[in-house]
Design a protein around this ligand. Structure first.
Ligand code: ZN
Length: 303
């Protein structure tokens, strides 16, 4: 099914070159929320870099490297990543996959054969074999960093996320197409109840957790979020900031869990303003799951 998070016509059969911006910033300084103290840790330590490598139209292949070895998340295509690695004399050590959509897995076979990288993916989804399969509650280590696997069904039925609570630079989350900045993935295989539970699981992670989503959907999501909550000052401020970033061709990601709790309507399903807005679409939206379902339906048709 073609859709906003399924790769559409820019899947691996139509590989688009990463934008020139691919070889730019290691990370983007993030705005502070209007009311938060200046206590955010740096996004990268001197010994580990976090890079969103653009792919296709609006995907990011997230890369973590220690100056020698690299971890890649959801490489939907191989060529841009291989060029990136070669330009920096970096080896590809590990590939993490969050779910089965082609724009997240299309580069795996070529990368595995070109680099010998270890591949890790979800236990219960069709995957490019061979790989190590993991499920929620399991732990793994890559580049010396400990990761926990979290089950986050909803976008797909076996979607997983990878959380590194003690990563250099602060906690780090690779969440694929489950949580986006100011939004969430479409419900291709799961229910509103599953997505609600998955998002609440991610919302409970530490405030400072860096949220690495696979798509640059932030501006469109912010437009929707402002339709839901037009008077949320954090949302207004973040929308202005992201407009500036995108005008300069800068990524709006990673986000932070604390920021998402403040601006993301799909995490705010008990906020009176969000509930009220959801009920304008579905008068029967009387609980958080129904509110999320109403918001997701609304967003599907929002222009
Ligand atoms: Zn997807």
């Amino acid at each position: 099914m073609a859709g906003e998070e399924s790769g559409g016509t820019t899947g691996p059969d139509h590989p688009a070159r990463p934008a020139p911006a691919a070889h730019r910033a290691l990370y983007t300084p993030h705005p502070r929320m209007a009311d938060s103290p200046s206590d955010r840790p740096p996004l990268a330590s001197p010994s580990m870099n976090l890079t969103p490598l653009p792919a296709f139209t609006d995907n990011y292949i997230w890369l973590l490297d220690d100056g020698q070895r690299t971890l890649a998340v959801d490489p939907g295509e191989a060529d841009g990543l291989l060029a990136w690695l070669q330009a920096r004399s970096l080896a590809l050590d590990t590939i993490l996959i969050t779910h089965h959509h082609a724009d997240h897995t299309g580069g795996v076979d070529a990368l595995r054969s070109a680099t010998g990288a270890r591949v890790i993916g979800p236990a219960f989804e069709p995957m490019p074999e061979p790989l190590q399969r993991v499920a929620g509650g399991e732990a793994l280590q890559a580049l010396g960093v400990d990761f926990e696997v979290i089950d986050v069904p909803g976008h797909t039925s076996g979607h997983i996320a990878y959380f590194a609570p003690r990563a250099p630079g602060g906690p780090l989350l690779f969440c694929g197409d489950t949580l986006f900045s100011a939004g969430c993935g479409r419900l291709f295989e799961g229910t509103p109840g599953q997505m609600h539970e998955s998002l609440q699981r991610l919302a409970a992670l530490p405030d400072e957790t860096r949220v690495c989503c696979t798509h640059e959907y932030t501006l469109a999501n912010l437009r929707f979020a402002l339709a839901v909550e037009p008077y949320n000052p954090d949302l207004q401020a973040h929308a202005r900031h992201c407009e500036t970033l995108r005008a300069a061709d800068q990524p709006t990601l990673p986000s932070r869990i604390a920021l998402e709790r403040a601006i993301n309507p799909f995490l705010r399903t008990t906020e009176p303003a969000v509930v009220q807005a959801a009920r304008t679409r579905d008068p029967a939206a009387n609980d958080p799951v129904a509110v999320l379902g109403a918001l997701r339906e609304w967003k599907n048709n929002f222009r």
